[in-house]
Design a protein around this ligand. Structure first.
Ligand SMILES: CC(C)(COP(=O)(O)OP(=O)(O)OC[C@H]1O[C@@H](n2cnc3c(N)ncnc32)[C@H](O)[C@@H]1OP(=O)(O)O)[C@@H](O)C(=O)NCCC(=O)NCCS
Length: 155
């Protein structure tokens, strides 16, 4: 996470929805939070990788990221602005990258991107992206305020 991302997340107007950053580069940005190989068991009826599997990898990765920010258990409350840009194939190496978008009272919004490196290729390509919101919860599963250590939110 960069300093500018931390600053953006800590601006006083934490109630405002923030749109996902535009995709400007051809390299993944942000924290790598999960990397896995797309396997035959993850395919749909067409033989390509099932979108639900990819979504679940993103959700898992984002949950790890949000848990580090919140320093607590989190649950997914919303997925927005989801784009499926390219197909994913068996054998693709899938990497999920996270950028912090917003920290609210109990919620954290993370922009997640899944990039794949196909076999015999050198350049990763962006296949999906979206904004995932997680809520920090207590032992009873109720929302709880996110602890902020002074000015520092680090992953
Ligand atoms: C997440 C959950 C604990 C929230 O409980 P709740 O009583 O609705 O909590 P609140 O209304 O106080 O909302 C909590 C936070 O979530 C945010 N939120 C709630 N619904 C949201 C939505 N659809 N989109 C974005 N943020 C949302 C609220 O704005 C609030 O954020 P803030 O405190 O930072 O301002 C509850 O809805 C839940 O348990 N849902 C099921 C979660 C789950 O099982 N996820 C896995 C699904 S497969």
């Amino acid at each position: 996470m960069t300093d500018s991302q931390v600053t953006a997340a800590q601006t006083p107007d934490t109630q405002t929805h923030v749109h996902a950053p535009a995709i400007t580069g051809n390299e993944p940005q942000g924290d790598l939070c999960i990397r896995t190989l797309a396997m035959p068991a993850d395919t749909n009826a067409n033989g390509d990788i099932f979108g639900g599997w990819l979504l679940s990898q993103m959700d898992l990765g984002g949950g790890v990221f949000a848990g580090k920010v919140a320093k607590s258990r989190t649950v997914t409350v919303a997925i927005e602005a989801m784009n499926f840009r390219k197909a994913v194939y068996v054998g693709d190496l899938v990497s999920v990258h996270a950028n912090l978008v917003r920290v609210g009272r109990t919620s954290i919004t993370v922009h997640l991107e899944a990039w794949v490196l196909r076999r015999r290729e050198q350049q990763s390509i962006l296949v999906t992206d979206g904004n995932f919101t997680y809520v920090s919860i207590d032992e009873q599963g109720h929302p709880q305020p996110i602890q902020r250590d002074g000015a520092t939110i680090s992953t």
